[in-house]
Design a protein around this ligand. Structure first.
Ligand code: AP5
Ligand code: MG
Length: 218
C-alpha cells in the first residue's frame, strides 16, 4: 500500500468509530489517532490540560477548537504518522477543525468515512457500552470481557464512561447535529466522502470500510 494513508472517520457518538478504527488500524498497521482517547489519557494523567478537558467532556461538550487542533496537529507530526499516515477517529468534528486540518496537511486527506447509524441504535449502544480504563478497548453489556469486568487485552478495569450517562449523551448528540453533521456535505463536495451503513454486523461493516479504503489507497 502506497503512502500516505490519511483517512478520517465521521459518525455520531456510538456509531462505532472507535471499534472500527481499531480493526482497520490493525489490518493496515496504521496509527489510530482518537482525540477522545487522547483526551481521556490526559484526564487520567491529571495534567493541567486533562483537568480542563474533563470539565467539557463530562458535560458532553466539545473541548475548544484551539485546544484540540493544536494537540492533533502536534500528534500528526510524530514519526509514525509521517511515515505511515493515520486513521483519525473523532477529529475533525467542527468546520473550524476541518479547515485547520486541511491547512496543516495541505488538503491531503484521502478519504472520509461517514459511519451512518440511526439515533435510536446509538442511544442503545451508548447506554450499554463499557470501556477498559487501561487500554480503551470497547465492550458492551451484551459483549462483556471473558472474566468479569477485567479487560481481555490488558487486564484493566472495564467501566462505564462518565459521558455515557443520559444527560451527557443528549448533549453530545445535539452537538453532533449542530456542529459535526455539516462536515458530511463539506467533504462530499470535495469528492472524498464515502458513507457506510454502520448498524449491521461488525464484520460486515469492517469489510465494507476495508473495500472503500482499498478502492482509494492502493
Ligand atoms: P469520543 O471519545 O470521540 O466520543 P464520541 O465521538 O462521543 O464517540 P464515541 O466514542 O462515543 O462512539 P464511537 O463512534 O467511537 O463508538 P464505539 O466504537 O465506542 O469523544 C469524547 C469527548 O471528547 C467528546 O464528547 C468531547 O468532549 C471530546 N472530544 C473528542 N474529540 C474532540 C474534538 N475533535 N473536538 C472537541 N472535543 C472533542 O461503539 C459504541 C458501542 O457500540 C460499543 O459498545 C460497541 O461495542 C458497540 N458497537 C459498535 N459497532 C457495533 C455494531 N456494528 N453492532 C453492534 N454493536 C456495535
Ligand atoms: Mg469512540
Amino acid at each position: 500500500m502506497n503512502k500516505p494513508f490519511r483517512i478520517a472517520m465521521l459518525g455520531k457518538q456510538g456509531a462505532g468509530k472507535g471499534t472500527q478504527c481499531a480493526r482497520i488500524s490493525e489490518k493496515f498497521s496504521i496509527p489510530h489517532i482518537s482525540t477522545g482517547d487522547m483526551l481521556r489519557q490526559a484526564v487520567k494523567a491529571g495534567t493541567e490540560f486533562g483537568l480542563k478537558a474533563a470539565e467539557y467532556m463530562e458535560r458532553g461538550d466539545l473541548v475548544p477548537d484551539e485546544v484540540i487542533i493544536g494537540t492533533v496537529v502536534e500528534r500528526l507530526s510524530e514519526s509514525d504518522a509521517l511515515d505511515r499516515g493515520y486513521l483519525l477517529d473523532g477529529f475533525p468534528r467542527t468546520l473550524a477543525q476541518a479547515k485547520a486540518l486541511d491547512t496543516a496537511i495541505d488538503g491531503a486527506l484521502k478519504l472520509v468515512v461517514n459511519l451512518d447509524v440511526a439515533t435510536e441504535i446509538v442511544l442503545e449502544r451508548l447506554s450499554s457500552r463499557r470501556v477498559c480504563e487501561g487500554c480503551g478497548r470497547t465492550y458492551s453489556t451484551s459483549n462483556p470481557p471473558t472474566h468479569g469486568w477485567t479487560c481481555d487485552s490488558c487486564g484493566g478495569e472495564v467501566v462505564q464512561r462518565a459521558d455515557d450517562k443520559p444527560e451527557a449523551i443528549s448533549r453530545r448528540l445535539a452537538l453532533y447535529d449542530e456542529l459535526t453533521a455539516p462536515l458530511i456535505g463539506w467533504y462530499d463536495e470535495k469528492g472524498i466522502l464515502v458513507t457506510i451503513e454502520g448498524s449491521g454486523d461488525l464484520d460486515i461493516v469492517t469489510s465494507n470500510i476495508v473495500q472503500s479504503i482499498q478502492s482509494v489507497v492502493s
